[in-house]
Design a protein around this ligand. Structure first.
Ligand code: CP
Length: 308
Protein backbone atom coordinates (compact mmCIF):
# COMPACT_ATOMS: atom_id res chain seq x y z
CA UNK A 1 0.00 0.00 0.00
CA UNK A 2 3.01 2.35 0.27
CA UNK A 3 4.95 1.85 -2.94
CA UNK A 4 7.34 4.81 -2.93
CA UNK A 5 11.06 5.03 -2.09
CA UNK A 6 10.60 8.31 -0.21
CA UNK A 7 8.10 10.46 1.68
CA UNK A 8 8.34 13.97 0.25
CA UNK A 9 4.83 15.44 0.55
CA UNK A 10 1.23 14.70 1.43
CA UNK A 11 -0.13 16.43 -1.70
CA UNK A 12 0.60 13.47 -3.96
CA UNK A 13 -0.62 10.72 -1.61
CA UNK A 14 -4.06 9.16 -1.90
CA UNK A 15 -6.49 8.83 0.99
CA UNK A 16 -5.82 5.07 0.95
CA UNK A 17 -2.06 5.60 1.24
CA UNK A 18 -2.50 8.08 4.10
CA UNK A 19 -4.87 5.66 5.83
CA UNK A 20 -2.33 2.86 5.44
CA UNK A 21 0.45 4.98 7.00
CA UNK A 22 -1.83 5.86 9.93
CA UNK A 23 -2.81 2.20 10.33
CA UNK A 24 0.86 1.18 10.41
CA UNK A 25 1.54 3.70 13.18
CA UNK A 26 -1.09 2.05 15.42
CA UNK A 27 1.02 -0.97 16.45
CA UNK A 28 4.04 1.32 16.85
CA UNK A 29 2.14 3.26 19.50
CA UNK A 30 1.71 -0.01 21.38
CA UNK A 31 5.51 -0.44 21.38
CA UNK A 32 6.23 3.03 22.78
CA UNK A 33 3.73 2.49 25.59
CA UNK A 34 5.71 -0.53 26.82
CA UNK A 35 8.12 -0.27 29.71
CA UNK A 36 10.94 -1.54 27.50
CA UNK A 37 10.58 0.29 24.20
CA UNK A 38 12.77 -1.84 21.98
CA UNK A 39 12.09 -4.16 19.05
CA UNK A 40 14.68 -5.68 16.70
CA UNK A 41 12.81 -4.79 13.51
CA UNK A 42 15.40 -2.46 11.97
CA UNK A 43 18.56 -4.10 13.31
CA UNK A 44 21.38 -3.50 10.83
CA UNK A 45 19.69 -0.48 9.25
CA UNK A 46 21.16 3.03 9.43
CA UNK A 47 19.09 6.19 9.78
CA UNK A 48 20.66 9.64 9.39
CA UNK A 49 18.89 12.83 10.41
CA UNK A 50 20.32 15.73 8.37
CA UNK A 51 19.01 19.02 9.73
CA UNK A 52 19.85 22.39 8.21
CA UNK A 53 17.35 24.12 10.55
CA UNK A 54 16.71 23.87 14.28
CA UNK A 55 14.36 21.23 15.65
CA UNK A 56 13.43 19.63 18.95
CA UNK A 57 10.37 17.48 18.24
CA UNK A 58 11.02 16.21 14.72
CA UNK A 59 14.68 15.39 15.09
CA UNK A 60 14.30 13.94 18.57
CA UNK A 61 11.38 11.75 17.59
CA UNK A 62 13.05 10.41 14.45
CA UNK A 63 16.12 9.53 16.49
CA UNK A 64 14.05 7.81 19.16
CA UNK A 65 11.95 6.05 16.51
CA UNK A 66 15.11 4.63 14.94
CA UNK A 67 16.55 3.58 18.30
CA UNK A 68 13.33 1.95 19.51
CA UNK A 69 13.48 -0.19 16.37
CA UNK A 70 17.18 -1.05 16.89
CA UNK A 71 18.47 0.87 13.88
CA UNK A 72 21.76 2.74 14.11
CA UNK A 73 20.99 6.46 14.16
CA UNK A 74 23.25 9.46 13.70
CA UNK A 75 22.44 13.17 13.66
CA UNK A 76 24.13 15.64 11.36
CA UNK A 77 23.38 19.34 11.66
CA UNK A 78 24.21 21.87 8.99
CA UNK A 79 26.14 24.12 11.36
CA UNK A 80 28.48 21.42 12.72
CA UNK A 81 29.12 19.45 9.53
CA UNK A 82 31.10 20.02 6.35
CA UNK A 83 28.03 21.91 5.08
CA UNK A 84 29.53 24.85 6.99
CA UNK A 85 32.61 24.50 4.74
CA UNK A 86 30.43 24.81 1.66
CA UNK A 87 29.65 21.17 0.85
CA UNK A 88 26.58 20.88 -1.36
CA UNK A 89 23.43 18.97 -0.45
CA UNK A 90 24.17 16.54 -3.31
CA UNK A 91 27.70 15.78 -2.04
CA UNK A 92 26.49 15.57 1.56
CA UNK A 93 23.78 13.09 0.57
CA UNK A 94 26.18 10.97 -1.50
CA UNK A 95 28.63 10.98 1.42
CA UNK A 96 25.96 9.81 3.87
CA UNK A 97 24.96 7.09 1.44
CA UNK A 98 28.62 5.96 1.20
CA UNK A 99 28.63 5.80 5.00
CA UNK A 100 25.78 3.31 4.76
CA UNK A 101 22.62 5.35 5.28
CA UNK A 102 19.45 3.44 4.44
CA UNK A 103 17.20 6.38 5.31
CA UNK A 104 18.04 10.10 5.30
CA UNK A 105 15.67 12.41 7.15
CA UNK A 106 16.15 15.93 5.81
CA UNK A 107 15.05 19.32 7.14
CA UNK A 108 16.08 22.18 4.90
CA UNK A 109 15.12 25.86 4.51
CA UNK A 110 14.65 25.48 0.73
CA UNK A 111 11.38 24.07 -0.62
CA UNK A 112 12.18 21.11 -2.87
CA UNK A 113 15.50 20.19 -1.23
CA UNK A 114 14.25 16.70 -0.15
CA UNK A 115 13.12 15.96 -3.69
CA UNK A 116 16.52 16.95 -5.04
CA UNK A 117 18.21 14.69 -2.49
CA UNK A 118 15.82 11.83 -3.21
CA UNK A 119 16.79 11.95 -6.89
CA UNK A 120 20.50 11.88 -5.96
CA UNK A 121 20.64 8.87 -3.62
CA UNK A 122 19.31 5.32 -3.48
CA UNK A 123 18.61 5.74 0.23
CA UNK A 124 15.03 6.55 1.22
CA UNK A 125 14.52 10.25 1.91
CA UNK A 126 11.96 11.58 4.38
CA UNK A 127 11.05 15.26 4.26
CA UNK A 128 11.23 16.63 7.82
CA UNK A 129 10.16 20.10 6.67
CA UNK A 130 11.34 22.03 3.58
CA UNK A 131 10.92 25.78 3.52
CA UNK A 132 7.25 26.72 3.40
CA UNK A 133 6.46 23.69 1.23
CA UNK A 134 5.50 20.68 3.38
CA UNK A 135 6.09 18.89 6.68
CA UNK A 136 4.43 15.57 5.86
CA UNK A 137 5.30 13.66 9.02
CA UNK A 138 3.78 16.44 11.15
CA UNK A 139 0.51 16.16 9.21
CA UNK A 140 0.53 12.38 9.62
CA UNK A 141 1.00 12.64 13.38
CA UNK A 142 -1.71 15.30 13.54
CA UNK A 143 -4.14 13.11 11.58
CA UNK A 144 -3.18 10.11 13.71
CA UNK A 145 -3.91 12.10 16.88
CA UNK A 146 -7.29 13.32 15.64
CA UNK A 147 -8.29 9.90 14.33
CA UNK A 148 -7.36 8.33 17.67
CA UNK A 149 -9.43 10.89 19.59
CA UNK A 150 -12.40 11.20 17.24
CA UNK A 151 -12.51 7.73 15.72
CA UNK A 152 -12.22 9.06 12.15
CA UNK A 153 -11.47 12.12 10.06
CA UNK A 154 -14.27 12.33 7.48
CA UNK A 155 -16.80 15.07 8.15
CA UNK A 156 -14.79 16.83 10.86
CA UNK A 157 -14.47 20.62 10.77
CA UNK A 158 -10.78 21.49 11.14
CA UNK A 159 -9.79 25.13 11.69
CA UNK A 160 -6.15 25.96 10.94
CA UNK A 161 -5.38 29.40 12.36
CA UNK A 162 -2.58 31.89 12.02
CA UNK A 163 0.56 32.18 9.94
CA UNK A 164 -0.50 29.86 7.13
CA UNK A 165 1.70 31.74 4.67
CA UNK A 166 4.97 30.53 6.20
CA UNK A 167 3.63 27.22 7.51
CA UNK A 168 4.68 23.94 5.91
CA UNK A 169 2.68 22.26 8.68
CA UNK A 170 -0.47 24.01 7.47
CA UNK A 171 0.12 23.01 3.84
CA UNK A 172 0.60 19.34 4.66
CA UNK A 173 -2.41 19.36 6.97
CA UNK A 174 -4.65 21.11 4.44
CA UNK A 175 -3.83 18.40 1.89
CA UNK A 176 -4.08 15.58 4.37
CA UNK A 177 -7.31 16.44 6.17
CA UNK A 178 -9.02 17.44 2.90
CA UNK A 179 -8.09 14.12 1.26
CA UNK A 180 -9.42 12.28 4.31
CA UNK A 181 -12.82 13.94 3.94
CA UNK A 182 -12.62 16.68 6.57
CA UNK A 183 -13.75 20.27 6.03
CA UNK A 184 -10.66 22.44 6.37
CA UNK A 185 -10.97 26.11 7.31
CA UNK A 186 -7.96 28.40 7.23
CA UNK A 187 -8.04 31.66 9.14
CA UNK A 188 -5.67 34.58 9.51
CA UNK A 189 -5.03 38.11 8.33
CA UNK A 190 -4.94 38.34 4.53
CA UNK A 191 -1.20 39.04 4.71
CA UNK A 192 -0.61 35.65 6.39
CA UNK A 193 -2.71 33.54 4.02
CA UNK A 194 -1.10 32.34 0.79
CA UNK A 195 -2.63 33.55 -2.48
CA UNK A 196 -4.83 30.85 -3.99
CA UNK A 197 -5.12 28.80 -0.79
CA UNK A 198 -8.82 28.22 -1.58
CA UNK A 199 -7.69 26.14 -4.61
CA UNK A 200 -6.65 23.42 -2.16
CA UNK A 201 -10.30 23.03 -1.16
CA UNK A 202 -9.88 24.92 2.13
CA UNK A 203 -12.48 27.50 3.19
CA UNK A 204 -10.94 30.92 3.87
CA UNK A 205 -11.82 33.05 6.92
CA UNK A 206 -10.41 36.31 8.21
CA UNK A 207 -12.59 36.51 11.35
CA UNK A 208 -11.49 33.97 13.93
CA UNK A 209 -14.89 33.77 15.63
CA UNK A 210 -16.44 32.64 12.33
CA UNK A 211 -13.72 30.09 11.62
CA UNK A 212 -14.12 28.53 15.07
CA UNK A 213 -17.91 28.23 15.00
CA UNK A 214 -18.68 24.53 15.48
CA UNK A 215 -15.08 23.45 14.79
CA UNK A 216 -14.13 19.92 15.92
CA UNK A 217 -10.40 20.54 15.71
CA UNK A 218 -8.54 23.82 16.24
CA UNK A 219 -4.98 23.87 15.04
CA UNK A 220 -3.14 26.99 16.13
CA UNK A 221 0.01 27.84 14.20
CA UNK A 222 3.14 29.43 15.52
CA UNK A 223 3.76 33.01 14.48
CA UNK A 224 7.12 32.55 12.79
CA UNK A 225 8.80 35.63 14.23
CA UNK A 226 12.03 34.79 12.41
CA UNK A 227 10.22 35.19 9.06
CA UNK A 228 8.31 38.40 9.91
CA UNK A 229 10.69 41.06 8.65
CA UNK A 230 8.21 42.47 6.14
CA UNK A 231 5.71 43.83 8.70
CA UNK A 232 2.86 41.50 7.77
CA UNK A 233 0.81 42.50 10.84
CA UNK A 234 0.95 45.50 13.18
CA UNK A 235 2.40 43.75 16.23
CA UNK A 236 2.19 40.69 18.47
CA UNK A 237 -0.29 42.30 20.90
CA UNK A 238 -2.64 43.22 18.04
CA UNK A 239 -2.22 39.76 16.53
CA UNK A 240 -3.03 38.07 19.84
CA UNK A 241 -6.16 40.22 20.21
CA UNK A 242 -7.49 39.31 16.76
CA UNK A 243 -6.17 35.78 16.19
CA UNK A 244 -5.16 34.36 19.57
CA UNK A 245 -7.11 31.43 21.01
CA UNK A 246 -8.63 32.30 24.39
CA UNK A 247 -11.42 30.87 26.56
CA UNK A 248 -14.16 32.98 24.98
CA UNK A 249 -13.22 31.90 21.49
CA UNK A 250 -12.77 28.26 22.42
CA UNK A 251 -16.37 28.26 23.62
CA UNK A 252 -17.48 28.95 20.02
CA UNK A 253 -16.14 25.59 18.86
CA UNK A 254 -17.76 22.20 19.43
CA UNK A 255 -17.92 21.27 23.11
CA UNK A 256 -15.41 18.46 22.59
CA UNK A 257 -13.14 20.31 20.15
CA UNK A 258 -9.49 19.33 20.24
CA UNK A 259 -6.87 22.07 20.53
CA UNK A 260 -3.66 21.32 18.66
CA UNK A 261 -0.37 23.08 18.07
CA UNK A 262 2.64 21.68 16.19
CA UNK A 263 5.05 23.51 18.50
CA UNK A 264 7.07 25.36 19.41
CA UNK A 265 4.39 27.61 20.93
CA UNK A 266 4.40 31.35 21.54
CA UNK A 267 2.34 31.29 24.74
CA UNK A 268 0.27 34.42 25.06
CA UNK A 269 0.41 35.13 21.32
CA UNK A 270 -1.41 32.49 19.25
CA UNK A 271 -2.65 30.58 22.33
CA UNK A 272 -3.10 31.38 26.01
CA UNK A 273 -1.05 29.38 28.47
CA UNK A 274 -4.27 28.30 30.22
CA UNK A 275 -5.62 26.64 27.06
CA UNK A 276 -2.25 25.14 26.10
CA UNK A 277 -2.11 23.47 29.52
CA UNK A 278 -5.80 22.51 29.66
CA UNK A 279 -7.34 19.10 29.10
CA UNK A 280 -8.72 20.37 25.79
CA UNK A 281 -5.19 20.50 24.37
CA UNK A 282 -3.62 17.39 22.83
CA UNK A 283 -0.30 19.07 22.16
CA UNK A 284 1.80 16.66 24.20
CA UNK A 285 -0.01 13.67 22.70
CA UNK A 286 0.88 15.02 19.27
CA UNK A 287 4.53 14.83 20.26
CA UNK A 288 4.23 11.25 21.53
CA UNK A 289 2.32 10.19 18.43
CA UNK A 290 5.09 11.70 16.34
CA UNK A 291 7.38 8.91 17.50
CA UNK A 292 4.85 6.23 16.50
CA UNK A 293 4.24 7.75 13.07
CA UNK A 294 7.97 8.09 12.42
CA UNK A 295 8.58 4.49 13.51
CA UNK A 296 5.99 3.42 10.94
CA UNK A 297 7.70 5.41 8.21
CA UNK A 298 11.17 4.13 9.03
CA UNK A 299 9.78 0.61 9.07
CA UNK A 300 8.10 0.96 5.68
CA UNK A 301 10.85 2.93 3.91
CA UNK A 302 13.86 0.99 5.13
CA UNK A 303 12.54 -2.33 3.93
CA UNK A 304 11.68 -3.42 7.45
CA UNK A 305 8.39 -4.77 6.16
CA UNK A 306 10.22 -7.29 4.01
CA UNK A 307 12.11 -8.61 7.02
CA UNK A 308 9.30 -8.78 9.52
N1 CP B 1 6.64 20.66 14.92
C1 CP B 1 7.95 20.74 14.64
O1 CP B 1 8.39 20.54 13.50
O2 CP B 1 8.74 21.03 15.71
P1 CP B 1 10.33 21.10 15.68
O3 CP B 1 10.71 22.31 14.86
O4 CP B 1 10.76 21.21 17.12
O5 CP B 1 10.84 19.85 15.02
Amino acid sequence: MYKYKDLLEIRTLSAEEIGFLLDTAGPMKEIIKRQIKKVPTLRGKTVVTLFYENSTRTRGSFELAAKYMSADAINISGSSSSVAKGESLYDTGRTLQSLGADVIVLRHPMAGAPELLARSVQAAVINAGDGAHEHPTQALLDMFTVREKKGGLAGLRVAIVGDVLHSRVARSNIWGFTKMGAEVRVCGPATLLPAGVEETGALVFHQLDQALAGADVIMMLRIQKERQQQGLFPGLREYARLYGLNERRLALAAGDALVMHPGPMNRGVEITAAIADSNRAVIEEQVTNGVAVRMALLYLLSGGGAQA
